[in-house]
Every structure is written in structure tokens, then in C-alpha cells.
Design a protein around this ligand. Structure first.
Ligand code: ZN
Length: 124
């Protein structure tokens, strides 16, 4: 898995659905495509249990398929977000054993990556 995600996309997470996540006020992380940085946010809108932001990593491209890794970005699911008292910042730890490996036809991959272009909100 690469160090840096290429995007954040909302996807279904079975583990979150079982725990009835996301709940209002729940902390999650997003990777900002414009800022190229990770930001912390809080859920302020819940539509569907288990639909959560995921970090997307491109792993492998071949002629017909792209393999991506998707990691749920909800605190205590795919990531752990811990306030660092010394720095005053937050540390983000990834549960890399919880990465979902997904193989998509190139057309679907491009649709998946670009379909939210211009979308600025991260309401979940
Ligand atoms: Zn999750």
C-alpha cells in the first residue's frame, strides 16, 4: 500500500454497518484531493448505516483492470485517531490489516475516481 491515498470516497463498510456507524459527532479522516492532506472531520449527517468515507489507494494497473485498496476512515474502524498532547496535533494510525482489496475494470475505476469531481462536502 502506498503511503498516500489518492482520494476519499464513500463506500459500504460491513464492520461499520454492524456497529451502526456512522453516528453524529463521530470522528473520521478524509484525504483532500486539492490540499493533498489528511483532515479530520465529524459526521454531522447520517443517511445510511455502513456508508462511510474510505481512503482509496491505487495499487496496480494493467491493461484492463485497476486494483485498489480501500480503507474505512472512521475512527476505531479502519483508522485510529489519537490526540497528541505533546504536539497538539492528531496522530493517525491505519489498520492496514483491514484494507479491502478491490479489482475494477478501468472504466469503472475512472468513473469511481472522477464521478465526485467538484464535490466539496464530506457529509456522510
Ligand atoms: Zn468502517
Amino acid at each position: 500500500m502506498e503511503n498516500k491515498p489518492i482520494a476519499t470516497r464513500t463506500m459500504y463498510c460491513k464492520s461499520c454497518a454492524e456497529k451502526k456507524y456512522p453516528f453524529s459527532g463521530q470522528v473520521f479522516a478524509v484525504f483532500g484531493g486539492t490540499s493533498q492532506k489528511i483532515h479530520l472531520m465529524k459526521a454531522d449527517h447520517n443517511q445510511k448505516k455502513g456508508m462511510t468515507p474510505h481512503f482509496i489507494y491505487t495499487v496496480k494497473k494493467d491493461k484492463h483492470f485497476v486494483t485498489i485498496h480501500a480503507l474505512c476512515a472512521i475512527h476505531n474502524c479502519g483508522v485510529e485517531i489519537i490526540a497528541n498532547k505533546e504536539t497538539g496535533l492528531h496522530d493517525l494510525f491505519l489498520f492496514t490489516d483491514r484494507v479491502k482489496i478491490i479489482k475494477l475494470p478501468i472504466k469503472d475505476y475512472l468513473h469511481f475516481i472522477t464521478k465526485w469531481r467538484g464535490w466539496t462536502g464530506y457529509n456522510i
